[in-house]
Every structure is written in C-alpha cells, then in structure tokens.
Design a protein around this ligand. Structure first.
Ligand code: MG
Ligand code: MG
Length: 278
C-alpha cells in the first residue's frame, strides 16, 4: 500500500499507537520470566517478614539485598527519583507508598510492589498481605483483589481486546461491592519498566481498546478499594491514598499473551511461595 494512502486521522493514530507496542520473541519472554521470578521471590521474602513491629524500611532492605544477590537491580529505586526498592502501601494507601520507619501493626494490610531488572529486562509484581490478625472485611478485600487480577489474566487472549478484559474485571469487583481505582493502571513491560500499551481496568467498552496479540507482554494490576475509587497524593509527592480513607488492595502479575492464552511470568520459586498459595 502506498504510504500516501489517505487514512483518516483516527486510523493514523491507531497505526502510530500500534507501532509503539514492542512485541517480544520467545527468547525475550524467557528473559522477562527470569526477571519476574527474581521480583516475585523478593516480594515474598518481604511479605514473610511483614510482622507487627517490623518497619517498612527493613522490608525494603531485605528485598534489595536479595535482588542484588541475584545479580539484578531494583527497578523502582531512582525511577523518577523514587527512593525505595519496594512500594509499601499500608491500609488506605493505594500505590507508591515510600518505605519509611513506620512499624507495621497487628491488623494492618500491606500492599508490596517489587520490580527487578535482570539481564536488561524488568519484572514487576505486587501482592497484598495482612499483618497478624486482620478484620474479615480486610481479608475479603485482599481475596477479591487477587481474584480480580486473575479475571483480568484470563482475558489476556488473542481475539479479545483490552475493553473485554477491563469490563470483566470491573464487573467482578463492583458485583462484590468494591470500586476499581481509575488513575493507576497497568502497562507493557520489557526492556523498559513502563512500555506501551496502557492497560486500563475500568470504564472501557467491551470490543474496544487494543487487540490482545501473541508476543505482547503486559501487567495485570487492578486496584480494589472498599469505598470510592477516588485517590489523593500525599505531601511526599509519591504516596497515594484513598480520598475517603477506605482500605485498598492490589495484586499484579506480568503476563505474556501467547497463541494458547496467558502465560504468567512473575512466578516465584516453590521455596518462596507463601502459605496461602500466593
Ligand atoms: Mg508494580
Ligand atoms: Mg506495574
């Protein structure tokens, strides 16, 4: 086709958007899997250490030490100036919680997000755990946040579009009485921590958005709140919390879309798995 074929501006926009997605070879997907494994292990080492009286900074040091021992580097540290290896978001904190001297308390819930760069590729994965005994409402929120992520993963299949995935995730969450955070979304993943496309989990129409195609590698990371989806950024410029003070939970996996469906790339080694199958 002639490069001067008169495409309308919307079609050109789609062509340009498409070109920014970097499709991965099988070899590149395996490198992402290795980086994802290191990030997933570090995440669980930190999650196991999350007990009453332990500070967020201690968890951060534990994760960084493990990542560096594996010959990897923390993806988040220094990213746009972020100071930590982990994002540690407690209770009503939504994302990007800076690891501080705050000591965890019985009943807290803690979302830990961990990124590791290995051999030029990034892993980026997140889970939420309870500290000691937690309320039934908190336990249900965590369980449903994990299930919402898996609903999203199930929809990472050739032939579906982002809107199909997002609609399913939003319906799952809202049917159970939770809201999905709008401002913080998933992304492509590869040599860069954040690549195209943007992966949204709410307010999409089924049958719209980018087409899921083999070779795409993206993160599925919906955030569920007990109350409203609205968020505010705290004075530190990073930490995001729910506007209404309600609890928030998040899970994240790295996904390769293949001919046969989704492949999860951020799987820990068996020895690092948490008791409840996380
Ligand atoms: Mg993440
Ligand atoms: Mg991410």
């Amino acid at each position: 086709m002639s490069p001067f074929y008169p495409l309308d501006s919307w079609t050109w926009r789609l062509v340009l958007i498409r070109e920014q997605i970097r499709y991965k070879s099988r070899k590149e997907i395996e490198k992402l899997r290795e980086a994802g494994r290191v990030a997933a292990n570090a995440l669980r080492i930190a999650a196991r250490a999350a007990r009453p009286g332990v500070s967020l900074l201690e968890l951060d040091r534990i994760a960084e030490t493990y990542i560096r021992q594996q010959g990897a580097t923390p993806s988040f540290k220094g990213y746009h100036g972020f100071p930590g290896t982990l994002c540690t978001s407690v209770n009503d904190k939504v994302v990007h919680g800076i690891p501080t001297k705050y000591q965890l308390q019985e009943g807290d819930i803690l979302a830990i997000d961990c990124g590791a760069k290995l051999d030029g590729f990034h892993g980026d994965t997140c889970l939420t755990v309870g500290v000691g005994r937690i309320s039934e409402a908190a336990r249900m929120l965590i369980q449903n946040a994990q299930l919402a992520m898996f609903v999203g993963i199930e929809h990472c299949r050739p032939g579906l579009r982002m809107g199909d995935m997002a609609t399913a995730v939003q319906k799952f969450a809202e049917d159970r009485g939770y809201s999905i955070v709008r401002e913080y979304i998933g992304h492509g993943l590869g040599r860069d921590l954040h690549e195209d496309p943007q992966v949204v989990f709410a307010e999409q129409k089924a049958g719209t958005g980018f087409r899921m195609e083999p070779g795409m590698t993206i993160t599925i990371e919906p955030i569920l709140n007990i109350g409203s989806y609205k968020c505010v950024v705290e004075a530190d410029g990073w930490t995001v919390r729910t506007k209404d003070g309600s609890l928030s939970a998040q899970f994240e996996h790295d996904i390769a879309i293949t001919q046969n469906g989704p492949e999860i790339l951020s799987i820990p080694d068996a020895e690092y798995e948490l008791e409840d199958g996380l």
